[in-house]
Design a protein around this ligand. Structure first.
Ligand code: 6PG
Length: 246
């Protein structure tokens, strides 16, 4: 069951999502003494991450028990303006007492295929031999073309069924990307999209209420086995969806 939570604007959306993340964090730590969180890249989460870094939110989280991963990364140096790691570091991780060893960036600085293999190895080591990669919470954004993480339309990565992380050259970007695959994304206990802006409305309508065409709208491949999928959207992104959203 896909749950859609719509808010008037990005600041209300960020507040609601920050409250949700805190709640997920507290229950995961209560249950397993740790909280495994996958961050999304892009620009939309900037206000969410900055809000989580404020005292009002940061003090609600036991950062010593939080482990942070990424859903995808650009193949650029970690201090490059386009780096998803740098976005999270600047807005959140540099401002909270999370141990450095609890931060697991994808390495955009080395050969992409090697970086993907190393990240998969890191995940397998973290979750343990023969264990499934069940993240407590996996955040995702969505592009205007319906892509998510770095699963772009008409790329084989959408239908990857074995590997946990892959590197691929995204022709439409003319760039290499690292990304978790649907194998990992759909194992997550909770998956939450953050989508804002009128420029996402057309794609969002197709993804949540159009025919199932994940090769064209890769966000449709996200169907967590747990069934816990929530879309946090603003009014602008949701204005083409069926009436009746709260
Ligand atoms: C990335 C992403 C990507 C992003 C969407 C939305 O590395 O760009 O992780 O999937 O979430 O492209 O990006 P915006 O939030 O900038 O619109």
């Amino acid at each position: 069951m896909t749950e859609i939570r719509q808010y008037p604007d990005i600041s209300h959306l960020a507040e609601a999502m920050a409250d949700y993340i805190v709640a997920r964090c507290k229950s995961a730590i209560q249950e397993n003494n740790q909280f495994t969180l996958v961050l999304t890249g892009g620009s939309t989460p900037r206000s969410l991450y900055s809000l989580l870094a404020t005292e009002a939110y940061a003090e609600q989280i036991d950062w010593s028990r939080v482990h942070v991963f990424w859903g995808d990364e650009r193949c650029v140096p970690l201090d490059h303006p386009d780096s998803n790691f740098r976005l999270a570091q600047e807005t959140l991780l540099d401002h909270v007492p999370i141990p450095a060893e609890n931060i697991y960036p994808m390495n955009g600085e080395i050969d992409p295929a090697q970086a993907a293999a190393e990240y998969e190895h890191q995940l397998r080591m973290f979750f343990g031999k023969n264990a499934d990669p069940i993240f407590d919470l996996l955040l995702l954004g969505m592009g205007e073309d319906g892509h998510t993480a770095s699963l772009f339309p008409e790329t084989a990565a959408i239908h990857e069924e074995a590997r946990w992380a892959i590197a691929h050259h995204v022709d439409k970007l003319g760039a290499w990307r690292l990304t978790l695959t649907p194998v990992v994304i759909n194992e997550a206990e909770h998956v939450a999209f953050i989508v804002a802006g009128a420029n996402k409305a057309e794609a969002l309508k197709h993804v949540v209420s159009g025919p199932y065409l994940p090769f064209d709208y890769p966000s449709q491949i996200v169907k967590p086995l747990s069934g816990h999928l929530i879309w946090f959207i603003d009014q602008a992104a949701g204005h083409l969806l069926a009436e009746g959203l709260e």
